[in-house]
Design a binder for this molecule. Structure first.
Ligand SMILES: Cc1ncc(COP(=O)(O)O)c(C=O)c1O
Length: 493
């Protein structure tokens, strides 16, 4: 090989000011790192009190960004960048830790997990091959082994961290479909409840299933998949000569928090050797509480989706796919000469690219482990139980309001209810949507709305233990006041 040594010597030295923006072993870059972190941490720690949203309109936010030169010729340095970008990013963020942020499955974050995020980002380990993440790879394995035990899966079980429930669901369906090859796309069906998450249909479409491949099974009054309807659906599908690739049960539906009857569904699936996937992205949080018995039957699943960025206070992104048998990962186990060659370079070293559809992948297991260690079994149980207790109290408070009607008793931590308008159901729908927007822009509450029984309903998702009954009472009062004002305005118009 000819190396042009003269040309190498002539390469200009990088200005140390620039070089020190890249964290390395030298003192100056470590000092720069410490200063940047401390400034960012101060900004967050000083800025978390107050309103849940600044109320700025979409146009106002666009204008703020339009005024900013994203790539100045000469960099501003970290202090100015934090002032110019970091400050507005905080000022106009949705304050997810605010107790009146009760809209979505989008949680307040645990402090130990935030400390772990610094380690995750600063060490920038990538889980595709062991040599890019020697300790982090084993942390993920360890955490997943522990999760499989918690879920009651057999010793053959394994798993992989994912970006969240959507990715876990799609990976599970990919692995289930792989058992049937091209037949899955031609005549495969997926049976799941009508209340299951839309990522099931989206996954089926991305994976190349036919347009009518997802069979929506009816739910009962509680929003749980009806086992008799599932049985009938299975009979019909088999009669049509189609292939049931998977039955997808949901442990915690997005709106009602309903947990499908997992054991009975497992009986049906096992009788016909059908892959059972449980989307426990939401309700899987119960595993960390004294209520884990509500998930009985989960241990019989072939695959399970868990999301730690829903009930377990983890910063996005943080999910996992668990498999009852590590051999199920085989269809993902591709080999790349540059990464995980057939002839292993490092003996006994797991290359987790073989368990994921991602290649480069964050070491998110570390933040789950740090949270579990720092908060402990008792702490997590207490936090989760508090959210469930808050939900129960919130439902009672809704029932006590004459202008609201509770849709269903809560199952997990969502409360669904309808605004009752003298002007009729169409007006109630309109007022509900407008009230949601008004309370958000006023920085009073972040609520969700959804359609249930064909009508617009309010939805509270109480993942934050601080969303206590007094907070919920204030939110319900604000709903009443705003809705009445809107109704009066409507009557005058
Ligand atoms: C039941 C259920 N499954 C899956 C998902 C998707 O999870 P993610 O947003 O982490 O992709 C959600 C999201 O709310 C959900 O409620």
């Amino acid at each position: 090989m000819n190396v042009n040594v003269a040309a190498l010597k002539a390469a200009p030295a990088i200005d140390p000011d620039y070089a020190d923006q890249i964290l390395g072993p030298n003192t100056a870059s470590r000092r720069a790192f410490r200063e940047a972190m401390l400034q960012a941490v101060d900004l967050v720690a000083d800025g978390t009190a107050g309103s849940l949203y600044s109320g700025t309109s979409v146009q106002g936010l666009r204008a703020l960004l339009d005024d900013l030169d994203p790539l100045p010729e000469v960099g501003t340095g970290i202090a100015a960048a934090l002032a110019d970008i970091g400050r507005p990013a905080l000022e106009h963020a949705l304050a997810v830790g605010h107790p009146a942020v009760v809209a979505h499955l989008h949680c307040a974050v645990a402090v130990p997990a935030l400390a772990a995020e610094v380690l995750i980002s600063a060490t920038n380990q990538s889980l595709d091959s062991w040599d890019q993440s020697p300790f982090a790879t084993l942390v993920e394995e360890r955490v997943l082994t522990w999760m499989t035990q918690l879920a009651g899966l057999p010793v053959s079980a394994s798993g992989s961290f994912t970006s969240g429930g959507s990715q876990s669901n799609m990976t599970a369906l990919y692995l289930a479909a792989a058992r049937f090859g091209a037949q899955a796309r031609r005549s495969g069906v997926i049976l799941t409840s009508e209340q299951s998450h839309f990522s099931i249909c989206k996954s089926a479409a991305i994976l190349g299933f036919a347009d009518d491949a997802v069979i929506a099974i009816a739910t009962d009054a509680e929003g749980q998949m009806s086992v008799s309807a599932l049985e009938a659906g299975l009979q019909r599908v088999l009669g049509e000569g189609r292939v049931p690739v998977a039955v997808v049960a949901t442990a915690g539906t997005t709106d009602l928090g309903a947990i499908d009857p997992l054991s009975e569904i497992a009986d049906l699936a096992a009788a016909r050797d059908i892959w059972m996937h449980v989307d426990a992205a939401y309700g899987g949080g119960l595993l960390f509480s004294r209520h884990r018995g509500r998930l009985a039957g989960l241990e019989r699943a072939h695959s399970i989706a868990l999301d730690f960025h829903k009930m377990l206070f983890q910063p996005i992104s943080c999910g996992a796919l668990l498999l009852a048998d590590r051999a199920y990962f085989a269809p993902l186990a591709s080999k790349a000469d540059y990464l995980n060659p057939e002839d292993a370079v490092f003996a006994d070293a797991p290359n987790l690219v073989e368990r994921s559809m991602q290649t480069t992948r964050r070491a998110d297991a570390l933040k789950v482990l740090m949270t579990m260690r720092a908060v402990g079994r008792d702490g997590l149980d207490a936090l989760i139980c508090q959210t469930l207790e808050n939900t129960r109290a919130a439902a009672e408070a809704v029932e006590a309001c004459d202008y609201l009607r509770l849709a269903r008793p809560p199952s997990l931590s969502t409360v669904l209810f309808r605004y009752v308008s003298a002007g009729g159901p169409d007006l109630a729908d309109e007022i509900t949507l407008k009230t949601r927007a008004a309370l958000f822009h006023a920085g009073i509450a972040a609520l969700a709305t959804t359609v249930f029984d064909g009508r617009v309903h309010f939805k509270l998702t109480l993942l934050n233990p601080r969303s206590t009954p007094d907070v919920v009472h204030r939110v319900l009062d604000a709903i009443g006041e705003t809705a009445r004002e809107l109704e009066t305005h409507h009557a005058r118009a």
